[in-house]
Design a protein around this ligand. Sequence first.
Ligand SMILES: Cc1cc2nc3c(=O)[nH]c(=O)nc-3n(C[C@H](O)[C@H](O)[C@H](O)COP(=O)(O)O)c2cc1C
Length: 198
Amino acid sequence: MDMLSMMKQRRSIRKYLDKKVEWEKLEKIAEAGIYAPNPGGAQGTTVIMLDDAEVIDRIGVINAACENRNWSGRSVSADQPSIIDDLSIKSGFYGCPALGIVCIPKDRKTFVNGIGAAFTTAENMVMEAYSLDVSSCIVGRAEATFEKPEMQALLSEWGLDEKYMPLVFVCLGYIDGAYPQAKPRKEGRLLYIKKENA
Ligand SMILES: Cc1cc2nc3c(=O)[nH]c(=O)nc-3n(C[C@H](O)[C@H](O)[C@H](O)COP(=O)(O)O)c2cc1C
């Protein structure tokens, strides 16, 4: 399948089967992340990949608690409800069996390109996942999630260099149910400036 078709078909998935993702696939997804465009060629991002469902759930519950879930009138997805759509969801990671955590150097957290690098990394990861039939969802609030002392302890246990901080999560797993369709694109989001031939 060509890349544009893949981009049109990939969706954020929030319902996962209780089925492990093969470690070889997770390694490919993490590797795709570190090939993303990065500011100044700095290769500043680090990707943590884990497949311990119990640990993922523990972090996910803290992640959900970091969100203001009372955004009335806001709907993210009817097919794949988010923690804002469905207040009964306990984990911000939706029970996914594998999780990527994209980290950036702490000294770049106020540098817009540093943050951009985390999201180019995450985007490469979700597209590689899609190409491997693995579903995914980018999830925020990583900074707030890892502010908690017990979460900092986890980073030390994993051996993450202290100069890095988590910035974005990538939930990974096999979809439970049917794959949703993309919402129609809003009008007026493309502005083409094509020079006509003389
Ligand atoms: C920067 C960023 C942060 C996001 N954070 C969350 C999040 O915290 N929780 C969540 O369920 N989805 C999150 N998403 C996924 C979006 O909700 C999703 O991409 C959007 O609704 C469009 O749906 P689609 O990816 O299926 O096209 C995030 C996406 C991006 C790009």
